[in-house]
Design a binder for this molecule. Structure first.
Ligand SMILES: N[C@@H](CCC(=O)N[C@@H](CS)C(=O)NCC(=O)O)C(=O)O
Length: 215
């Protein structure tokens, strides 16, 4: 399989899922500014017309997009890694979809993307914070006394960690106010699958920033 990614973007969740499953995947870096495959210069728009990462090309050539779908696919492809509740656990499966949806809509798109935007007007950031800070408070309550979103590590944690990792670039979100979220982030960073993914992507992210500055 081939995973199209950009460093430290939401595609890192899929990288973490592959790492947690000890599964092989070919990583193909996409420059988010040019929308080209970094190594070859080929246009990424031929893979995903929206130019968004992640995209996953399966061994039989199917192209999957959208984190929630890709992450559930990875979990189902490698069941021994137990990255999702089993098929027979209907409620567990629904809870997994619930958290993937929460992370994707409330946190990723609702809260973080506007805060991370270099050209987001300050009044929009203020509005987003006033509306979406409740989501972080809800997450903090939900993580009280829990190690993971579900009973064990799942692909929803891979996605949640990836999105929360961006709080390093959003001083507007003070994690001291959310001790369970802060502790969760610190715990996740210790997991080998997460630590290895970060170690690989941080230098690539720095190189991406350097390219952007040089352009
Ligand atoms: N709904 C998509 C969103 C993917 C997405 O927002 N990807 C970002 C990186 S985190 C991206 O590629 N942004 C580049 C752009 O907006 O042009 C999903 O969940 O996969």
């Amino acid at each position: 399989m081939e995973l199209f990614f950009s460093p430290l973007a939401c595609s890192m969740a899929a990288r973490i899922a592959f790492a947690e499953a000890s599964a092989e995947v070919k990583l193909i870096e996409v420059d988010p500014r040019t929308k080209r495959v970094l190594a070859t210069g080929e246009t990424y728009l031929a893979i995903h017309p929206l130019g968004l990462v992640p995209a996953l090309r399966t061994d039989d050539g199917a192209v999957l997009t959208e984190n929630a779908s890709i992450l559930q696919f990875i979990a189902d492809e490698f069941p021994a890694a137990r990255l999702a509740p089993s098929e027979s656990d209907r409620i567990g499966r629904a809870k997994l979809r619930q958290w993937l949806s929460f992370v994707g809509t409330e946190l990723h798109k609702g809260l973080m993307i506007p805060l991370l935007g270099r050209d987001t007007p300050p009044e929009v950031k203020a509005w987003v914070l006033s509306k979406y800070a409740s989501r972080v408070a809800y997450l903090d309550e939900s993580l009280a006394g829990r190690e993971f979103l579900l009973d064990r590590f799942s692909v929803a944690d891979a996605y949640l960690f990836t999105v929360l990792n961006w709080t390093q670039a959003t001083p507007e979100i003070d994690l001291a106010v959310y001790p369970n979220v802060k502790a969760y982030l610190e715990r996740m960073r210790q997991r080998p699958g997460v630590a290895d993914s970060l170690a690989l992507e941080v230098p690539l992210f720095r190189a991406e920033i350097a390219r952007r500055k040089a352009a």
